[in-house]
Design a protein around this ligand. Sequence first.
Ligand code: PLP
Length: 370
Amino acid sequence: MKKVITQLKPYVPEKTLSELKAEKHLSKLVRLSANENPYGTSPDVKKAVIDWAYNQSNRYPDSDATQLRALISEKFSLDPQQLVFSVGLDEMIVMLSRVFLEPGDEEMISTPTFSEYALHAEIEEAVIKKIPILKSGQIDFAKMLASITQKTKLIWICNPNNPTGTVESVADIERFVAQVPKETMVLVDEAYIDFADGNSASAMKLTKKYPNIVVMRTFSKAYGLANFRVGYAVFSKEIAEEVQKTRLPYNVNSVAQVAAVAAFKDQAFVQDVVDKNRQQRQLLQQYFDENDIFHYPSQANFIFFKYPQADDLAEYLLKNGYLIRTGLAQDWLRITVGTDEDNQNIVSLFDRYRKIKKIIIIKSLSWYKK
Ligand SMILES: *Cc1c(COP(=O)(O)O)cnc(C)c1O
C-alpha cells in the first residue's frame, strides 16, 4: 500500500438523516449542511427515469453520454469533444489529480476551500500550497502568481467558493490565467455558478482561448440531482482527449444520463430554484447583518458565518431539527439556504438561542476581528 494512504484522514460523509434522527430522537430533521437543493428536482426527471427503468438494465450505458453531451455543448456553444463526464464532480477531481500530479509536484489552493482538492493531491503524493483568502474573502491572485514554481501543476479556483460563497469575476480569472505558465493548469470549479447573480459569471468561454484552463460543473446542486452523480469538465479539445484515456469507460450510468438530460432540458425549473434561493439568501444575509453576525457575501446556496461557540449553536439547531455544517474552521459555520419555511424557523431559533445564552456580539472584540 502507498504510505500516504495509511496517513490519510478519511473524508467523513454526511450521516443519513434517518440515522441521525434516531440518534438524536428527533421526529423532524432538515439537512442544511450539504448544500443540497431543498426544492427537489424537475418533475420531468421522475418521468424520464421511470420510463427508462427496467428497459435496458442488461446493457452497458452509452460511454459518450451522447445526448447529454449534445445538449450541453449546444447551450454553451462548445465543441462536443471539449467535454468529459464524471460520476459527480467528485470523480473529476480524482481524474484531474491522477492525470496531472506526480509525486513531489505542487498543487495550489486558496484557503478555506473545498477539502477534496487537497485530499486527492495528497493521494498523488503532491505538495499542497495554501494561499489564504484576502480579508474581503476574495482569492489572493497576486500571492498565487508570486508562489508559482516550475513544480506547480494545478491551481484550484472554486467559484463561487465553498465554503465562503464569494465569487471572482471572469475578468479577474482571465487576467490571472493569462499570467500563469502554460504548463500549469487552472481548474475552475463552478459547482455553484448557477446561483451567482448575472449570467456572465462563468469562465466557460475561456476554455477556447487558454488550453490550460478547465471549467467544471455538476448536476448535484442547482439541478437537484445529487443522488444521480453526474458532473463534467470543459477542456480544450487536446487536453480533453488525454483526460478521456483515464476515464472508466462506463462511469456515468444510463439512469443518471437520462435524469441529467431531463433536468438540463427543464431550465425553467433551475431558474425557479435560483430565484427562490436568491430571495431566501438575501433574507438570511439581511438577518445576519442586522444582528451583527459576520458572514462573507455569498453568491451561492449557502452562507459561511462566524459565531461565538459555533458548535454549541449547531448542537442547539440540531436538537431543534436543523443540521448545519460544523468543523470547517473554528468558530465558523456553514448553513445551506433552505426554503422560506426553513429560513423562518432558523431565524426564530437564532433569536431564541441568543436570548437563552444572552449572547451579545460586540464587533470590536478581538475575537470578532478576523
Ligand atoms: C458539492 C461540490 C462538489 C461535488 O459535487 P458532486 O458533483 O456531487 O460530486 C464539487 N465541488 C464543490 C465545491 C462542491 O461543493
